[in-house]
Design a protein around this ligand. Sequence first.
Ligand code: HEC
Length: 159
Amino acid sequence: MSLFIKLGLVTMCAVAAVSAAVAEDSPTPEQQVRQAIETRQSLFKLMNWNFAPLAAMLRNRIPFDASVAQKAAMRVEMLAPMIPELFQQDTGRPPDIKTRARESIWSGTSDFAAKAQDLVNAAVALTSAAKTGDRATILKATVGVGKACGSCHDSFRED
Ligand code: HEC
């Protein structure tokens, strides 16, 4: 068998295997909704986990540390722009899946994306505040981030 035929066969088998895997994995609309909800909740869990040390510093539960603040700020700054992307799919509120997202997120007049941008801006401000190393400046900017989280929750998250 010539090399070209061998390569051709190998390629065909690979393509067939990939198509089979794609067909198997292609989710039903219900599964897509479930995945979208689980993924966005994972994002918030991750964001919360990164913000937790900052919140703890604010409450004097752990010693103040500017480098911890800087790391957390950079991570929130990186994660926040994913919020609108992960809410692109209008999942509504399916009866069998636990979600606290309000339907108004997907109404045309919603300022959901603006609230996500507020968080990005607050995180950027915290990143630069963290570079000063100054406790009061950093904690003030931390409050700004906390407010951006809370403001979106007030409008778009069920209690
Ligand atoms: C632009 C809006 C918005 C911003 C900004 C936002 N959240 Fe949320 N958050 C939501 C919505 C909506 C939900 C509900 C998601 C769901 O249940 O499907 C949520 C859910 C959560 C949850 C629960 C996740 C779970 O376990 O299901 C946590 C924790 C959370 N947010 C923390 C934060 C923190 C911390 C910040 C700021 C660093 C933040 N959020 C900023 C809208 C926002």
